[in-house]
Design a protein around this ligand. Structure first.
Ligand code: G3P
Length: 217
């Protein structure tokens, strides 16, 4: 299972990279705005800065919602760096643009996916990644993890190579459950990734080991 970090915060990206378990980064316009990254040139430079920190795929989202605009923006994003994955919204023109980019061998991430039918379309269009938003489904009393399970089932039935990128992951249990269900990738905040480290018995056991070592030395 690949671990992506879902942020545009360079310090957090560096911290996850330093941990040695990071496989990529996902961003979106809200995450860029949260870091105060505005204006075309600053945004483009920020994507390159992210690519220079991590080794893996970096999803960069288009703003346009029409086919021509998405293709134009996506091409500019893909030209920025070989690690860039063009992130496209799950709308009609987004699917057309996904097909365009997959035919050209450019990696894509179809985002804002909330149903199995949408995920099926994204796979048919050759998406590299499909991003079901599990936390946002949970927010409206709908089982986000069930969607991951449905997509896994459908993709396995037909051998679709599109990778399930569980997004809107909020906490450690989301990560563990996504791993159990066979999501190919999860993208979440640093807090959820680092949360996996924690167990009180580890801390108690380590303290005891060190205490016993001191007794004998
Ligand atoms: O990866 C998608 C993510 O950025 C959305 O997360 O927590 O805003 O639902 P959230």
């Amino acid at each position: 299972m690949k671990f992506f970090i879902d942020t545009a915060n360079l310090d957090q990206i560096r911290e996850a990279q330093d941990l040695g378990v990071l496989d990529g980064v996902t961003t979106n316009p809200s995450l860029m705005a949260k870091e105060g990254i505005t204006g075309h040139d600053n945004i483009m430079k920020h994507y390159v800065d992210i690519c220079n920190i991590v080794d893996g795929d970096v999803s960069a989202e288009v703003i346009a919602t029409d086919y021509d605009g998405m293709v134009r923006e996506g091409e500019a994003l893909a030209d920025l760096h070989e690690q860039i994955v063009v992130k496209l919204p799950m709308i009609k023109d987004g699917i057309k643009a996904c097909k365009y980019f997959s035919d050209k061998g450019v990696k894509t991430n179809v985002t804002l996916v909330f149903s199995a039918g949408q995920a099926l379309l994204a796979a048919k269009a050759g998406a590299t990644y499909v991003s079901p938003f599990i936390g946002r489904l949970d927010d409206i009393s709908t089982d986000g993890l069930n969607l991951v399970s449905e997509i896994r089932h459908i993709y396995d039935n037909y051998g679709f190579e599109t990778q399930i990128l569980a997004a809107s992951v909020r906490h450690t249990m989301h990560i563990i459950d996504c791993a159990k269900l066979g999501a190919d990738v999860m993208t979440g905040p640093l807090s959820a990734i680092e949360g996996l480290l924690k167990h009180p018995l580890t801390d108690i056991g380590l303290a005891k080991f060190l205490e016993d070592f001191k007794k004998g030395n």
